[in-house]
Design a protein around this ligand. Structure first.
Ligand SMILES: *Cc1c(COP(=O)(O)O)cnc(C)c1O
Length: 336
């Protein structure tokens, strides 16, 4: 394994399942569609941050940390998984969340509280600065804080997805499957960077397409390239990356981060109702919505096999009952 020399703790349930979506594929009349179930990694409802945290928590423990600090949006999946990882290893956790406290505590934020994290609302102050200030004040009290970067995306966190791609390649070789395309939600870029490094190192020939959930293509490609270069360096791999090496689609950002439109709503409903599979409103709903649109536009041939890498986030769905209209069957028998 490419990451064998990097210290790691065991957190995630691995390997995650690889499953076909036959009813959806028939309905769309396009390529074969499979899903890599990283929504089933475990760690307080699962998601892609569990794999990154295996490497980040190992470093925190090696440094003698007693507290994890991280940051994100109010419904951050990364914050929730970091809070769970902290609890599991007996560490305290401080979450620096953007904005002001919401009226209702639900979804990921509910889990943050249940998991015992201390929450600091940052308003619109830069999150990295607030984390530094908090770390400084904890150190002044004799505590040992460890800052987990935004999205768990630094070279160490990216190792989680280098290992994940090797896991997929072993799994697909065993099952005699070759995926022509891998499609995923991309935001801080760590997941796509990790998959791409192992793809290059192991000679994977398919295309890895990141559907951006917030950034325009150019800045996202630059971010992924920087992370890939740093991670290759950490792993002692002689690989170089430029932004052009990464396929990114920024045509599905709609109203911006976390703004749910018809694309996400329809993707969430369709997957739930054809396959019993849940997507989240911010990341996988948008990315799968993009994939459905690409299939409808004929971007893939029927002979091709497409893998959707499910990165989790379903806890966020439980904070968004506002995005659906619900119809109940009227009990008309009793009337009349
Ligand atoms: C964080 C997250 C992503 C994005 O992963 P990056 O490595 O930040 O690009 C995708 N999906 C879900 C559910 C996430 O929580």
């Amino acid at each position: 394994m490419l990451t064998d020399r990097i210290p790691r703790v065991s957190i995630a349930h691995l390997p995650t399942p690889l499953e076909p979506l036959p009813r959806l594929a028939t309905l769309l009349n396009g390529p074969q569609i499979w899903v890599k179930r990283d929504d089933q990694t475990g760690l307080a409802t699962g998601g892609n941050k569990a794999r990154k945290l295996e490497f980040l928590v190992a470093q925190a423990l090696a440094q003698g940390a007693d507290t994890l600090i991280t940051c994100g949006a109010a419904q951050s999946n990364h914050a929730r998984q970091t809070a769970a990882a902290a609890a599991r290893f007996g560490l305290s956790c401080v979450l620096v969340l953007r904005g002001a406290p919401p009226q209702q505590i639900q979804g990921n934020l509910l889990l943050d509280h249940v998991l015992g994290a201390e929450i600091v609302w940052a308003g619109d102050a830069p999150l990295a600065d607030r984390m530094e200030e908090i770390a400084e004040s904890l150190r002044a009290q004799g505590r040992r804080p460890y800052i987990v970067p935004y999205g768990g995306s630094n070279a160490l966190g990216v190792c989680g997805y280098v290992a994940a791609m090797e896991e997929l390649l072993a799994q697909s070789a065993r099952e005699g499957l070759m995926f022509d395309h891998i499609v995923l939600a991309s935001s801080s870029g760590g997941t796509q960077a990790g998959l791409s490094i192992a793809a290059r190192a192991r000679g994977y020939r398919g295309c890895i397409l990141g559907i951006s959930v917030d950034l325009q293509a150019d800045p996202l490609r630059r971010r992924i390239a920087d992370l890939a270069a740093e991670t290759a360096d950490l792993l002692g791999l002689r690989l170089s990356f430029t932004p052009e090496d990464f396929a990114v689609e920024d045509g599905y950002i709609g109203g911006g981060y976390g703004v749910v439109g018809d694309l996400e709503r329809e993707a969430i409903r369709l997957l739930a109702q054809t396959e019993g599979l849940l997507l989240d409103p911010v990341y996988t709903g948008r990315a799968f919505g993009g994939l459905i649109d690409l299939i409808r536009r004929g971007a893939f041939s029927p002979q091709e096999r497409v893998l959707f890498w499910h990165t989790g986030g379903v806890a966020g769905l439980f904070a968004r009952s506002d995005i659906f209209e619900f119809h109940t069957l009227e009990n008309s028998d009793r009337e009349g």
